[in-house]
Design a protein around this ligand. Structure first.
Ligand code: SF4
Length: 672
């Protein structure tokens, strides 16, 4: 049996793969202890040659790797020579392995000399990153999965845990059977509500108002703040919050108070319902304010907990794979941090300022400012807000490279050069899950056709561009380099330190068992901030004064995942079993709205947003509140040109994190 890690959600479950390719849960992996969800257990059905891109192509014609990589290196070098380093960009993915991510970030920030590398994680958890950095001085998830089981009360905010992190949901369900109370704060009555002691159908975008109300009530009953600054201003903003802004009744708010103040051991876990908002960072800080002011952080069963959607969003944060970050949680705007990384890499030309975040990056592509674009392991022509506009921008770019394992994605069709990438089962590297646990993804089959690892493709292009320092022959060497750099970062005060693994051998890398960071001689694993020491210069946390900004429009489209599909379904769509759960794109709409608009159940609705138009099958249901229909994100131009719901969203972003407001698109709906 080969031990590996599921490539879907941020839970990061361990799997055992048999010689016949059958997959079962790894009983020794701390994240899942043998459990798997429907997607994980169907992994064996999604590996194979079907739909794979098997060889490089240039202009739609088969090419050799040498021809393709020479062309990529030439085009990027020419753009940099003629228009400067800001004229090129990489757009990568929270599904890359950490080693792939590390090489992409090193090439862009240290050798090309621009920070124009951003990732689909910008759409996923950038507001959590920004909120952590404001409050803690660093992007750190303080707690562990076991806190869900040790808590007396778990608040789930903007998270359909039952469908989006199913194994963590199973662990919470078992904890609830032992007495843990569960509150679900979500406008929708999702499957997660099946275990809720209290469901609060909050108004769209009103999460910050609710957490402000809790903070103000906590102040009335007596706070236990950690060492912090900003408490007075945060309380002032909290006390000014109108309870009506939450959209909840006085009784519902009181029911939350009764649970919160009866239980000190409390975890507040949030996901995309908080992050995917144009005030997402403030919402995150409203949650963090409450935990910091009540001292519920860094202790068993207590803390705020950001649930990452993708399998390696955390690894991307660790290597600095966002346009506004440096490697190993160092600060790109700090000259001493840049100098240390430049010295370590022996880098000729360090980026000196943050680069373009995802929405701005594709606007720069549209404006012709980006001359060469390399998209890796993601499908922005479907998944970005204003997806139709993004697709047109990519189609108009002078030179586009796309690396992907699948042959027919909406984005790949727009590429001048297509590079076949290895997929799950062929990949070899590491990922980090939501609780900071680093696990191995191990290969159990040979790469399909001429597919090669993403790190290899990037390193080959870098070498052809004349850069030294890209000579690895095995991912273990990249991991060892990353670990050594984390030791440098640790000496500069970074919390991300895995320097115990600097110099790891290939044999030890192959045998690596899942471990929590930090992993260094000073501190190993465990919770952060238990001593009340934070990463701001004065060692104190920061509370932020948050003024809630609820969204308002006659119809606000909420978007999200279904249980059995992943992202744009390029893999899960290969499994008939998974596809059977939800067969087609749909609009779930409240009966009052359906009646007013004239929609019939099972009919078709035409949904128009600022970014585009979609046709969706109508499901009439009181699981969604009036004015807030819901549509899933997974359908693409391949399966249904009508189902691309990201095309409906406008390009509004959070002013701090740059995360798009994918959870709240103002739309018009009519029968079709
Ligand atoms: Fe994979 Fe997430 Fe399911 Fe675990 S819970 S098996 S990581 S999809």
């Amino acid at each position: 049996m080969i031990r590996s890690t599921c490539p879907y959600c941020g839970t990061g479950c361990g799997v055992l793969v048999g010689p016949d390719g059958a997959v079962k849960g790894d009983p020794d992996h701390p994240a899942n202890r043998g459990r798997l969800c429907s997607k994980g257990s169907a992994l064996g059905e999604t590996v194979g040659p079907r739909g794979r891109l098997l060889q490089p192509e240039i202009g739609g014609q088969a090419a050799s790797w040498d021809q393709a990589l020479d062309l990529v290196a030439d085009k990027f070098s020419m753009a940099i020579r003629d228009h400067g380093p800001e004229s090129v960009a990489l757009y990568v993915s929270g599904q890359l392995l950490t080693e792939d991510y590390y090489v992409a970030n090193k090439l862009m920030k240290g050798f090309i000399g621009s920070a124009n590398i951003d990732t689909n994680s910008r759409l996923c958890m950038a507001s959590a990153v920004a909120g952590h950095r404001r409050a803690f001085g660093t992007d750190t998830v303080p707690g562990l999965y076991e806190d869900f089981e040790l808590a007396d009360l778990v608040l789930l905010v903007g998270s359909n845990l039952a469908w989006c992190h199913p194994v963590l949901f199973q662990r919470l369900t078992e904890a609830r059977a032992r007495g843990t109370k569960v509150v679900v704060i979500d406008p929708r009555r999702t499957s997660t509500c099946e275990i809720a002691d209290l469901h609060l159908p909050i108004a769209a975008g009103a999460d910050a108002a609710l957490f402000n109300l809790l903070l103000a009530e906590a102040a009335r009953r007596g706070l236990k703040p950690v060492p912090c600054e900003g408490l007075e201003a945060a309380l002032h903003a909290a006390e000014a919050t109108d309870p009506a802004a939450s959209g909840l009744s006085v009784q519902e708010i009181q029911a939350l108070y009764d649970l919160w103040f009866a239980s000190e051991k409390t975890v507040t876990a949030w996901s995309m319902g908080i992050n995917q908002s144009d005030s997402g960072t403030d919402k995150v800080n409203a949650i963090l304010n409450l935990h910091l002011a009540t001292g519920r952080i860094g202790k068993p069963g207590m803390g705020p907990f950001s649930l990452t959607g993708q399998p390696n969003a955390m690894g991307g944060r660790e290597v600095g794979g966002l346009a506004n970050m440096l490697a190993c949680h160092l600060n790109i705007e700090d000259p001493a941090h840049r100098a240390a990384v430049q010295d370590f890499w022996a880098a000729p030309r360090m980026a000196e300022k943050p680069g373009l975040k995802a929405v701005d990056m594709f606007r720069a592509v549209e404006a012709g400012k980006i001359k060469a674009l390399w998209i890796i392991c993601t499908n922005p022509a479907v998944s970005m807000p204003e997806a139709d506009r993004v697709a047109r921008a990519i189609a108009g770019c002078e030179f586009v490279v796309v690396s992907d394992m699948m042959a027919e994605t909406d984005t790949l069709r727009l590429a001048h050069v297509k590079l076949p990438a290895t997929g799950w089962g062929e990949k070899d590297g590491t990922v980090t899950n939501s609780e900071r646990r680093i696990s191995r993804q191990r290969p159990f089959r040979a790469p399909m056709g001429q597919a090669r690892a993403d790190w290899w493709q990037l390193a080959q292009a870098a070498r052809r561009m004349g850069f030294a320092g890209f000579d690895w022959t095995h991912p273990a060497q990249i991991f060892a380099e990353h670990a050594a750099l984390s030791g440098v970062a640790g000496s500069l005060g970074s919390d991300f330190d895995i320097s115990d693994h600097a110099g790891i051998s290939i044999a030890d890398y192959d045998a690596l068992t899942p471990f929590l960071w930090p992993a260094n001689a000073r501190q190993r694993g465990g919770r952060f901030f238990s001593t009340g020491q934070f990463h701001h210069a004065d060692g104190k946390a920061r509370l932020i004064a948050v003024t809630p900004r609820p969204v308002a429009a006659p119809l606000i489209l909420n978007t999200g995942r279904v249980r059995d599909h992943w992202h744009t379904a390029s893999r899960t769509g290969l499994s008939p079993r998974l596809s059977a759960h939800m067969a087609e794109p749909y609009l779930e709409i409240h009966p009052d709205d359906a009646r007013r608009i004239g929609l019939a159940a099972d009919g078709l609705a035409e949904v128009t947003g600022q970014g585009g138009r979609a046709l969706l099958r109508v499901t009439v249901s009181d699981r969604v509140p009036p004015g807030h229909p819901f549509a899933p994100i997974h359908w693409t131009g391949e399966t249904s040109a009508a189902g691309r719901v990201s095309a409906l969203a406008d390009g509004r972003t959070d002013r701090i994190s740059g995360q798009p407001a994918l959870k709240a698109a103002a739309v018009a709906v009519r029968p079709f």
